[in-house]
Design a protein around this ligand. Structure first.
Ligand code: INI
Length: 159
């Protein structure tokens, strides 16, 4: 028997869990790659196709309210929010990013549900492409795995 500390962490195993990907249609060239990355990551970790649903919203600003409805109706065990906000020439970018991030965090806290933040916030389209399956990986896949790990961790910590 080990005298070391008891380590608790969430496994990357998608078993008995329903996932909802909420994806913005704005910048869909990028977001569809994030969606594909998220689905691929979940499937590779054992999620059945029928346990994954994809819900589309107009833009990143609308992600929180739809995530909240999904959370409230308990139709899923984890939510993966995906979008791409790309800086323009006005402060619009800052409002969309901050409201989106704060809103998603609030949904997770209110319903104690993993809500992962797979929303790219980039200065340029090139930066977004790099993070949507390009040289910086696929942040949709990363967000899916973060949701999965958090879900399994919360399940371990239940009761
Ligand atoms: N929505 C995005 O998801 N990405 C963006 O880059 C973006 N820009 O640049 O404007 C964006 N705007 C739309 C916003 O999310 C809302 O849909 C809109 O303001 C209506 O509420």
């Amino acid at each position: 028997m080990s005298n070391g500390p008891r380590m608790i962490d969430g496994q990357l195993v998608a078993r008995d869990a329903r996932f909802t990907i909420v994806a913005a249609r704005f910048n869909d060239l990028i977001v569809e790659r994030l969606v594909a990355g998220a689905i691929d990551a979940l499937r590779r970790h054992g999620a059945a196709p029928g346990e994954i649903q994809v819900v589309r919203v107009p833009g990143a600003f609308e992600l929180p309210i739809v995530a909240r409805r999904l959370a409230r109706t308990r139709r899923c065990d984890a939510i993966i929010a995906l979008g791409a906000v790309i800086r323009g020439q006005t402060p619009h970018f800052d409002y969309v990013c901050s409201e989106c991030a704060a809103g998603l965090r609030q949904v997770g806290m209110e319903f104690e549900l993993p809500v992962s933040f797979g929303v790219l916030t980039c200065d340029t389209m090139d930066q977004a492409m790099d993070r949507a399956g390009g040289k910086a990986g696929n942040k949709g896949a990363d967000a899916a795995l973060a949701a999965l790990e958090t879900l399994n961790l919360l399940r371990q910590l239940e009761g």
